[in-house]
Design a protein around this ligand. Structure first.
Ligand code: PHE
Length: 396
C-alpha cells in the first residue's frame, strides 16, 4: 500500500560490467545521466510522509496521507514543480516514537527525499524532527500543535496553530456562555507531550479567567479501565472535564464515564478529530465540545470546493487532518516553486516567507518561529457527529 523507493537492485541489472566505472565516477561525485545518485531523478521530486497508518491513531495518518495525495495529484496535473513531477513515499510509524525515528531516518538517508511531511502527533513529530534538522531536510508538520516541535530548528515548520492558543480557546469556551463552568477537572495522557502541554495551557488560561481546578487525573494511552480516575473526578464536583487526548482513548473514557452516571460535559482539543470518535463513543459525547482546525460546514467556497474534490476521490468527508495534510503539501510545493534550488536550506528559506496562503484551514502565514497563526473552530458532538459552533480568532 505504501510506495517503495524506486532505486532497487534490478535497476542496475545488466549494467554489472559497468559497475566498477560507475563506482569510480561516483567517487568523484560524477553521475551519468539516467543514473540518479538518489531516488530523485531529474524529472521528479521525491517527498516523504511519516504517519500513523495503523494503530489506535490510524485515521490521523490515513487522512493526512489522503490530503497530501490529493495535493500531489493536482500539482502534477498542472505540470509539476518547475517541470518536475512530485512523487510521494509514505511510511507507517504505527503511532510509535521509535518507529517514527526509524522511518524518518530511512526517508532522509536512503530515499534522500527533498522534504518531509508529518507527523500529526506532537510526540512523533518530536521524534522525527531532529533527524530532518540534522540532515538539512525541511519538515512540515501539518498538525502537531505542541510548541516544542518547531523549536527543534530552522528546518522545522508547521501549518497549524499551537497549543497556548488552543488551550486558551478551550478555557475561554469553558468559562463562556455555552458551559458557564467555574470548576474544571482534567484527565491527561501522561506520556503524550501533546496531552501534557495542552492540559497546562488550558489550566493556566482557565485559572487566569477566574476558574478553579478540582482535580488533575492522568492515564496512559491504551488504558482500558478509567474508573479510578473517573470516580475521583466525580467526587471533586467539576462543571466540565477537560480531556486533551486522542480519539480512541477519549471515546472509551466517555463510554465509561456515562456508565458511571457522570453527566458532566466534556471538552477537548483537536486530538478528538476522527470519524472514529463517534463510532466508539456513540452518543456518550453528545453535548460535549472540542476545538479543531476546520469544519466541513464552513460555507467558504474554498472549503466546499476542497470537500467536493476530496469526496470525488475518497468517497468520504475530509476531517481536519485531511485538510491540514492538503494545506501542508501545497505550502511545500509553493515554497519549492519559488526556491532557487532544491537544497533544503533554500526551500526552508522560502517556506519561512509563506504569507496569507489561502488554505482550506484558513489563511496561513508562517511567523518567525515557523508556526502558523490562524483561527480555531469549536465543534459540538450531536448524535455522535461534530457540528460547527463558532470560530475563534487569534489575539492580534
Ligand atoms: N495536535 C495534535 C498533536 O499535536 C494532533 C492532532 C491534530 C490530532 C489535529 C487531531 C487533529 O498531537
Amino acid at each position: 500500500m505504501h510506495s517503495r523507493p524506486s532505486v532497487s537492485g534490478h535497476r542496475f541489472a545488466g549494467i554489472g560490467s559497468f559497475l566498477p566505472l560507475l563506482l569510480l565516477l561516483a567517487l568523484f561525485g560524477i553521475t551519468l545521466p539516467g543514473c540518479p545518485s538518489n531516488s530523485s531523478n531529474s524529472n521528479e521530486i521525491v517527498i516523504g510522509h511519516f504517519g500513523s497508518m495503523s494503530g489506535s491513531e490510524a485515521t490521523f495518518g490515513q487522512s493526512t496521507d489522503n490530503g497530501i495525495k490529493l495535493a500531489i495529484e493536482e500539482v502534477n496535473a498542472a505540470g509539476g514543480i518547475n517541470g518536475k513531477k512530485v512523487r510521494l513515499i509514505t511510511y507507517d510509524d504505527k503511532g510509535d516514537a521509535r518507529e517514527a525515528g526509524t522511518v524518518v531516518t530511512r526517508l532522509v538517508t536512503s530515499d534522500k527525499v527533498t522534504a518531509v511531511l508529518g507527523e500529526v502527533a506532537s510526540g512523533l513529530s518530536l521524534a522525527g524532527a531532529p533527524i530532518c534538522q540534522e540532515n538539512s531536510v525541511p519538515m512540515i508538520s501539518p498538525s502537531s500543535t505542541n510548541p516544542k516541535v518547531t523549536k527543534i530548528g530552522d528546518m522545522i515548520f508547521r501549518v497549524c496553530f499551537i497549543d497556548p492558543f488552543q488551550g486558551s480557546v478551550c478555557a475561554k469556551f469553558a468559562r463562556g456562555d455555552d458551559l458557564i463552568a467555574s470548576r474544571a477537572a482534567t484527565l491527561t495522557d501522561q506520556a503524550s507531550p501533546y496531552s501534557v502541554g495542552l492540559e497546562e495551557e488550558f489550566e493556566k488560561a482557565f485559572v487566569a479567567l477566574g476558574g478553579k481546578m478540582t482535580t488533575k487525573q492522568t492515564y496512559q494511552a491504551g488504558d482500558q479501565d478509567f474508573s479510578a480516575q473517573l470516580t475521583a473526578i466525580r467526587s471533586s464536583g467539576p462543571d466540565v472535564i477537560f480531556i486533551p487526548g486522542y480519539y480512541t482513548d477519549v471515546g472509551n473514557i466517555a463510554l465509561q464515564a456515562r456508565k458511571l452516571g457522570i453527566k458532566t460535559p466534556m471538552l477537548g482539543g483537536d486530538g478528538w478529530d476522527s470519524s472514529k470518535l463517534g463510532e466508539i463513543a456513540g452518543k456518550a459525547l453528545d453535548g460535549c465540545f472540542y476545538s479543531n482546525h476546520y469544519s466541513p460546514e464552513d460555507p467558504n467556497p474554498r472549503v466546499q470546493d476542497y470537500i467536493k474534490k476530496y469526496q470525488a476521490k475518497y468517497n468520504a468527508t475530509p476531517d481536519g487532518l485531511a485538510a491540514l495534510g492538503y494545506d501542508a503539501a501545497r505550502i511545500l510545493f509553493e515554497g519549492m516553486k519559488r526556491s532557487k534550488s532544491l537544497a533544503g536550506a533554500d526551500i526552508a528559506a522560502e517556506l519561512a516567507k509563506t504569507k496569507d496562503f489561502d488554505g482550506v484551514t484558513g489563511k496561513i502565514s508562517i511567523d518567525k518561529d515557523r508556526n502558523a497563526v490562524k483561527p480555531a473552530v469549536m465543534l459540538e458532538m450531536r448524535n455522535g457527529k461534530p457540528k460547527f459552533v463558532s470560530t475563534i480568532q487569534p489575539d492580534k
